[in-house]
Each structure stands twice: as structure tokens, then as C-alpha cells.
Design a protein around this ligand. Structure first.
Ligand code: SF4
Length: 396
């Protein structure tokens, strides 16, 4: 009964965007089936499926319908921008390790955001380093506008009640605090004593100001093999957060470019099943990236519908792919993205999980690998078929 009620609420919410009626029936059926797996949350009037999509009754969602489902724009839908490379923690798997250069300044970041929105971006993730260390973060969030969902990925360091309230006032929708394990192991992985306590404190602050609060947890393969994920999710439920955003540890840095570190398809599917089980129980939303990006749903959209711009302006297909197609200081992000997209047709499975082995050949100790080496590497890549969503929406 609860499930049925949720589906009705979802259909009503979708219909609050009347343009949805003009979308192909097969896409509407796909979206209803996909979204129906999650409980619709109402946070301050925002109807939320999960934090990788804008709220269903927002202007950002209307843009998703108009620009991506109806006009089928060539541009990206999702972008992440690193607001700084500085961080008080030192995660073993940090995707920004070994990157350096001249930091983008606030004016450049704000211009970049507007260019990305013009290209089609309706979901923007601010990451780092620790993005809260960017002293202009409130001004940057404010500059985004109300037609693009904003998600903050933070360790929680530097957060105060006042800063959190200012971020909410500026338009922050999703606050995601990193928490990978219980205290001892979390502090060890993050290379920072006290990281766990910092995260818990940040969660409490974000909860108190009424934004959507999630934990982003990077799961090691060991955790999966020891069957600890369920226990960890139960712990996250006890924190009273809205969502557990899960990703397996990706082979982004050299230490993890080996088979033992990368999850198998069977392990991915076990996380998908776990996600569905928890969402049915309804105590917390579980949003596993490998479910969203599985071939049966939206697939891997690295370099196609997803783009990452690091703190120095280098453009990569996604945060986990240490490659560059150019720098936004040398060319417009639109031009760099268009060139990158020619190499990324969108596919069913995770690009980096499949191709990390090639990084060994092209990596020269500095991330991202240069554009010349990136282009050489791309010649060796063979893509898998399109995901279900891409096939339905984009295949001509
Ligand atoms: S490479 Fe993997 S992590 Fe990156 S967008 Fe594709 S599926 Fe997601």
C-alpha cells in the first residue's frame, strides 16, 4: 500500500511539470519505473527522489525535461567543479591527488557555471579538495540561480552553523558529508584523526538547517566482501539522514590500478539489490551510483552527459577519470566539452572500472594525464553498448 501511494505521489509530482506529457511514452515509462524505486521526500516543499537528480517540482527538473528529454541537447546534464584542491584530510583514493597548477578564481568559476548552464547543466556538484575552504563559496553558490540543483560534497571541515545557514540561503539543495566507515577505519582511510567526529558534527549542523542531508560513502571492496555494508547502512539510519549515497572505491589513483581493488559485476549487482531492499523498507534513501549508472538505467555518461572541471580548470570526463581534454583558460568549456564528447558515446558500464589498466601505460606521475596522452589512450578504448536510457532517448 505504501509503495502504491508513493507511486501515485510520484506521478502527481511528475505531472506538476506539464511538459512531461510531450515526452516519449517509453521515456516516461522508464522514468516512472526508475524513480518508483525511491521514496519521494518532501523537504521544504521540494519533492526529492535522490540527490543525483533535481527535485521533481523544480525549475531544474523542468530544464531536464525541456532541454534533455524534448530538445535532446548535445550538452551535459551534470557537472562537478572543484572549488579548491586544498584539504585538511588525505584520503588514500582522492581523485584530486597529484594535480597542481594555477587555481581558478571566483570570477572564472562563476563564468564557468553560467557557461555550463547554457550548455544544459541542471545539476551541479561542488567538490574539492574541501570546497568549504574556498572563502567565496557562498557567493559562488548564490551565483548559480534557482534553475540548477546544487550538491555540496564535503568532509565537514570548516563548517559552522552560520556558514551552513548562508549556504542554504544562497540556494544549496543537497549537502553530502563524506563518511566511509566507522570511526577508527574512517580516520585511517582519510589520513586524518578526528575526521569521523568532524563528519558527524557537520551532519548535525546540516540537519538543523533543513537541507537534504546525505552521507557519501566510498565503499572498499573489502567492506563488501566482509558483508559490512548492511551494518554500515543501519548505522547511517541511526544518524537520521535522508540519504546514503554509495559508490564503490574507483580505480582513479595508481594505488588502486589492480584487479583486487575493482568490484566485479556480481558485487555491483549485490549493491543494487541492497539498495532496492533498503528503499522498500523506507527508513533511508539508498542511492548507489552503480545503480544510477548501470546499463539498465542511465549508464556511464562520463564525457557525454557528465563533465568535471578541476580546481585548475582542466576538463575531465568525470571526477574519477584522471585525463584532460583541455583547460577552460585556453578554450571555452563548450569547445573542450564538444571535443571530449566526440570520444565518449555513453555506454552501459563504468568507463574507469573497465579501462583503468590503460592509465598505467599513459600516466607519468602527474594527474590528469596530458591531452596528448589522453587522445592516444582513447584510440585504445572500446565502448560497450548504450544504456537503456540513452538508447530510448538518443538513439536515432
Ligand atoms: S566513469 Fe564510472 S564513475 Fe565516471 S561517470 Fe562513468 S560510471 Fe560514473
Amino acid at each position: 500500500m505504501a509503495e502504491f501511494k508513493n507511486k501515485i505521489a510520484l506521478v502527481k509530482a511528475l505531472l506538476s511539470n506539464m511538459q512531461i506529457i510531450r515526452v516519449k511514452p517509453s521515456i516516461n515509462w522508464f522514468l516512472t519505473k526508475y524513480m518508483g524505486k525511491f521514496n519521494l521526500l518532501n523537504i521544504d516543499g521540494q519533492l526529492i527522489i535522490h540527490s543525483h537528480l533535481p527535485s521533481v517540482n523544480s525549475k531544474a527538473f523542468t530544464r531536464f525535461i525541456n532541454e534533455h528529454l524534448l530538445a535532446r541537447t548535445e550538452g551535459p546534464s551534470h557537472a562537478q567543479i572543484s572549488l579548491t584542491n586544498a584539504c585538511p584530510q588525505n584520503c588514500r583514493y582522492c581523485y584530486n591527488k597529484n594535480r597542481s597548477g594555477e587555481l581558478l578564481n571566483t570570477a572564472e568559476i562563476k563564468q564557468l557555471i553560467q557557461e555550463l548552464k547554457k550548455m544544459g547543466v541542471f545539476w551541479l556538484g561542488f567538490t574539492g579538495g574541501e570546497p568549504l575552504l574556498n572563502k567565496d563559496i557562498v557567493e559562488i553558490v548564490k551565483s548559480v540561480g534557482d534553475d540548477c540543483a546544487i550538491k555540496l560534497f564535503t568532509t565537514g571541515s570548516n563548517l559552522t552553523e552560520r556558514l551552513a545557514a548562508e549556504l542554504k540561503e544562497a540556494g544549496l539543495l543537497y549537502a553530502s558529508v563524506s563518511l566511509d566507515h566507522w570511526e577508527e577505519e574512517h580516520d585511517r582511510i582519510r589520513g586524518s584523526k578526528g575526521a569521523f567526529r568532524t563528519a558527524l558534527r557537520a551532519i548535525e549542523i546540516f540537519k538543523s538547517i533543513g537541507v537534504h542531508v546525505s552521507v557519501s560513502a566510498v565503499l572498499s571492496r573489502k567492506m563488501l566482501q566482509r558483508n559490512q555494508v548492511q551494518e554500515f547502512l543501519n548505522f547511517l539510519i541511526s544518524l537520521g539522514i535522508h540519504e546514503a549515497w554509495l559508490s564503490e572505491m574507483k580505480p582513479t589513483v595508481e594505488a588502486f590500478w589492480n584487479e583486487a581493488s575493482v568490484i566485479t559485476e556480481e558485487e555491483r549487482l549485490s549493491l543494487v539489490r541492497l539498495q532496492d531492499k533498503y528503499n522498500k523498507e523506507g527508513k533511508i534513501t539508498v542511492n548507489y551510483l552503480g545503480h544510477f549508472e548501470g546499463g539498465e538505467h542511465f549508464g556511464c555518461n562520463a564525457g557525454n552527459k557528465m563533465v568535471y572541471i578541476d580546481a585548475f580548470g582542466e576538463v575531465s570526463p568525470c571526477v574519477f577519470t584522471p585525463m584532460t581534454f583541455g583547460n577552460v583558460r585556453d578554450k571555452s568549456v563548450q569547445a573542450v566539452f564538444s571535443e571530449m564528447k566526440e570520444h565518449f558515446p555513453s555506454e552501459s558500464c563504468c568507463f574507469i572500472n573497465k579501462n583503468y589498466g590503460l592509465l598505467k601505460k599513459y600516466y607519468k606521475g602527474q594527474a590528469p594525464i596530458s591531452k596528448e596522452d589522453t587522445l592516444e589512450m582513447m584510440k585504445e578504448i572500446r565502448f560497450s553498448p548504450m544504456s537503456e536510457f540513452s538508447r530510448l532517448n538518443y538513439k536515432r
